[in-house]
Write a protein that binds this ligand. Structure first.
Ligand SMILES: NC(=O)c1ccc[n+]([C@@H]2O[C@H](COP(=O)([O-])OP(=O)(O)OC[C@H]3O[C@@H](n4cnc5c(N)ncnc54)[C@H](OP(=O)(O)O)[C@@H]3O)[C@@H](O)[C@H]2O)c1
Length: 353
């Protein structure tokens, strides 16, 4: 048996970011790898995902408690903020190097939550055995992972998407947004509009991801642009951003339109004000009989009807494009994380280890 590593490199949280993430918040350090116990496996991580929600786990402030899944009356309180001085965690993909469990063998590909490090030792029952079946394994951290499920369940369950709908998706160049726009089209939307922060990204939305129209939110007034892109109004707004985007969408919603509150990117760096991303015109939801649905993918981890069949077959048939931005090396993990908040990435942002 090859000699197994006794230590690995991983990122620990030094201090809680106040607003934007800073390199001083974290340190890449050597972490010990304890000897394998019965039932455990040692995994060499091949990819890890960075997600905007990790800022909430680092910061753990009042906004993060409102936005996040920790806090009272919440069934997801297991998703706890990171502990200062401890290695950070998150979705990762790896190869089993050694196993003292019957269920996993060396060479198996596993998905687990011990990202932000090069190796991990953990009970085998906390690892999910992945069978890629010819699909690129890294997609199991994106389109075939939580973000694909988020886009799919957000549209089909929370928004109850219907054939012929006009759909608006914000942060449409991101991981969830780029998939949501394409899923909306594949599920029968008549017109799909996306927003992004650069003209280059807007071009990609139309050319590569099949959006009918793309709005650069840094250009002109958002409401004006949205009215132009959807002159007959919007049936479904998939909101990843909140704030001005939600304001513009409410202005352009049709009577009985449905809004899915999936994320509030506009609030994450500022820490949010008291309104937490809800705009002043939210009361128009009464006059227009709008439905605003808070959505969290953790409510759907047991599966969403259609997802396990649709997504792999769309990918295999090249009916859906799964963009990724890949940073190489554990040293670049925090740089990758910071890039999320500055529009420097498209699709799922991954670190290849
Ligand atoms: N509810 C759930 O279960 C669930 C699950 C997963 C993710 N989410 C949420 O879904 C949203 C998207 O996540 P993701 O993983 O797809 O993100 P992502 O891939 O990191 O995409 C983020 C993109 O959003 C845009 N953005 C960043 N700050 C912005 C701002 N202030 N205003 C407008 N756009 C901004 C940036 O692109 P441009 O600025 O260039 O457009 C950036 O590339 C996040 O809010 C996340 O927290 C929710």
């Amino acid at each position: 048996m090859p000699k197994l590593p006794q230590s690995t490199r991983g990122w620990i949280l030094n201090r809680r970011p106040v607003a934007s993430p800073s390199p001083d918040d974290v340190t890449l350090t050597d972490l010990p790898l304890p000897d394998l116990q019965d039932g455990q496996v040692l995994v060499r991580n091949t990819h890890m995902a960075v997600l905007p929600s990790m800022l909430g786990l680092m910061r753990a402030g009042p906004l993060d408690q409102r936005l996040g899944v920790h806090g009272p009356h919440n069934p997801h309180s297991a998703y706890l903020p990171y502990t200062l001085g401890d290695p950070m965690t998150g979705p990762a993909l790896g190869e089993v190097l050694a196993s003292r469990a019957d269920t996993l063998q060396p060479g198996d590909t596993v998905r687990h939550m011990l990202g932000w490090r090069e190796h991990a030792t953990a009970p085998a029952d906390t690892m999910e055995h992945i069978q890629p079946k010819g699909l690129p394994p890294s997609l199991f951290l994106g389109a075939l992972g939580l973000n694909g499920l988020t886009a799919y369940a957000g549209l089909t369950l929370a928004a109850t998407l219907r054939t012929g709908d006009t759909v608006f998706v914000s942060a449409a160049g991101g991981s969830v947004g780029s998939l949501a726009g394409q899923i909306a089209r594949l599920k029968g939307a008549a017109r799909v509009i996306g927003s992004a922060g650069t003209s280059g990204k807007c071009d990609r939305l139309k050319a590569e991801f099949g959006f009918d129209a793309a709005i650069n939110y840094t250009d002109d007034d958002l409401t004006k642009q949205l009215h132009q892109a959807a002159p007959d109004g919007i049936d479904v707004y998939f909101d990843n951003v909140g704030g001005d985007h939600l304001h513009a969408a409410i202005e352009c919603m049709r009577h009985h339109g449905r809004i899915v509150l999936c994320g509030m990117l506009s609030q994450y760096l500022s820490g949010g004000g008291e309104a937490g991303g809800l705009p002043a015109n939210v009361s128009a939801a009464i006059g227009k009989s709008l439905t605003l649905t808070g959505f969290h993918v953790f409510d759907h981890l047991d599966g969403v009807p259609g997802f396990a069949e649709d997504m792999p077959s769309w990918i295999a048939a090249r009916q859906i494009t799964c963009p990724q931005t890949v940073f190489d090396g554990i040293d670049r993990a925090h740089e990758a994380f910071q890039a999320l908040f500055h529009g420097h990435t498209t699709g799922q942002t991954l670190v290849r280890l």
